[in-house]
Design a protein around this ligand. Structure first.
Ligand SMILES: Cc1ncc(COP(=O)(O)O)c(C=O)c1O
Length: 403
């Protein structure tokens, strides 16, 4: 209506690559096609019953309908501190070093808004969960991309990665203010060892930058792998915060519950900006989330087991269909190289053809950044029968590509 009135901030957001795949998927579904959908990291399972029951109980109590506590009710922040103590042996001051957020994505975006000055630089490994970069760009900062190196077993080449980070810190002007890391990693499933965090914390102290660590997939680990927390490193709280979400571990993606803990200066900044922006999650959700963190460990194991089972079926059946891929040690994804025969298509075209010809939706790697181009991300959100059906469709599709 008023074309000359510009929204500059919107121009900083590119068209979402995934939107192209989504449009094709929706159109195919409208035409009655059955699309087997591995494209989003949206858990398909139900929230454990005891958590839902708690929500139902609390929602019927009086005095729970008003604005809640923006930084999270005391009991939830105490449960967050207990979770860290139990899981990682890390002590947190639940008032000064923990903040509950309306999902970890919004918590992350708010944190970036709070700490980024116009023109600041932040380092983000590439490929990346897109908001990890775009929150910085929206906030007026710039991103210095560093390629994330990892091997066939999805293990980060920690020495190589640290070298690249050191180089980026030397070369970026102005000097990077913070770095965003996320292990186990979305989309690449890459994992690190505790030693990596020791080195990174030492580097952050030497070079004076903050670290934001996202451990959304901390609980979804297999074959004996255990997700380390950066806060396990002595003195990490001087430079680091960590974010977590209940979306994946507890099948609570729609509930919007996450948290940020660690460095009191960053947590304080987030608490402050949130106190301006929101009134916190609905109190019954906060109470149910408290119960989830306090009593949910066994249910988390069951949720993890389901992903492990699907991972095994998917990798084996897709390999039998002619698509070579390895089993990751963590996350709810497979980060698979495009099959050799289709490599020249690139990740977007390959994903489109997989969708239209094999009726299988995946996320093209390029949507996660330039270093994702040779890959697609497959989310383990379909059941066994549908995984096997997808494998049959893919086998036929790859055969047809050969001819
Ligand atoms: C690495 C990572 N962090 C954060 C999130 C978002 O979690 P939440 O549902 O708490 O916003 C996701 C969701 O896919 C993710 O992959």
């Amino acid at each position: 209506m008023f074309p000359e009135i510009e929204f500059d901030r919107m121009k900083r957001l590119p068209n979402y690559v995934f939107a192209e795949i989504n449009d094709i998927k929706l159109k195919a579904r409208q035409e009655g096609e059955d699309i087997i959908d591995f494209s989003m990291g949206n858990p398909d399972g139900d929230t454990p019953k005891f958590i839902v029951d708690k929500l139902i109980e609390v929602v019927q109590r009086p005095k729970v309908y008003g604005y809640s506590a923006s930084k999270g009710i005391d009991k939830l922040r105490l449960a967050i501190a207990d979770w860290y103590k139990r899981k990682y042996g890390v002590e947190l001051d639940s008032n000064l070093e923990a903040v509950a957020t309306i999902g970890s994505k919004a918590g992350y975006v708010n944190l970036i808004e709070a700490i980024t000055n116009t023109g600041d630089i932040a380092i983000v490994p590439n490929p990346t969960y897109p908001i990890h970069s775009y929150a910085i760009i929206l906030a007026g900062g710039s991103v210095c991309n560093v390629e994330l190196p990892f091997n066939e077993q999805y293990e980060v080449d920690e020495d190589g990665f640290l070298k690249s980070l050191k180089r980026a810190i030397k070369e970026c002007t102005p000097k990077a203010k913070y770095i965003v890391i996320n292990f186990p990693h979305n989309p690449s499933c890459a994992t690190v060892t505790p030693d990596f965090y020791k080195e990174l914390v030492a580097l952050a102290k030497k070079e004076r930058f903050y670290i934001i660590s996202d451990i959304a997939y901390a609980d979804l680990t297999y074959d004996g792998y255990r997700t380390p927390s950066i806060l396990e490193v002595e003195g990490a709280k001087d430079v680091a915060v960590e974010t977590f979400t209940l979306s994946k571990s507890y099948n609570m993606a729609g509930w919007r519950v996450g948290f940020v803990v660690g460095n009191p200066r960053l947590v304080g900044a987030l608490q402050k900006i949130k106190s301006w922006l929101d009134y916190g999650m609905f109190t019954p959700i906060q109470v149910a989330a408290t119960v989830a963190l306090n009593y949910g460990d066994d249910e988390v194991l069951k949720i993890r087991d389901k992903y492990e089972y699907r991972r095994d079926i998917l990798v084996e059946s897709f390999r039998n269909a002619g698509w070579e891929m390895e089993k990751p040690k963590a996350t709810m994804f497979i980060w698979a190289k495009i099959p050799k025969i289709a490599q020249k298509l690139g990740s977007l075209e390959f994903s489109k053809r997989l969708l239209t010809e094999a009726k299988v939706a995946v996320s093209p790697g390029i949507g996660f950044g330039e270093f994702g181009e040779n890959y697609v991300r497959i989310a383990l959100i379909e059941n066994e029968n549908r995984i096997r059906q997808a494998a049959r469709n893919i086998k036929k599709f790859l055969k047809e590509l050969e001819n």
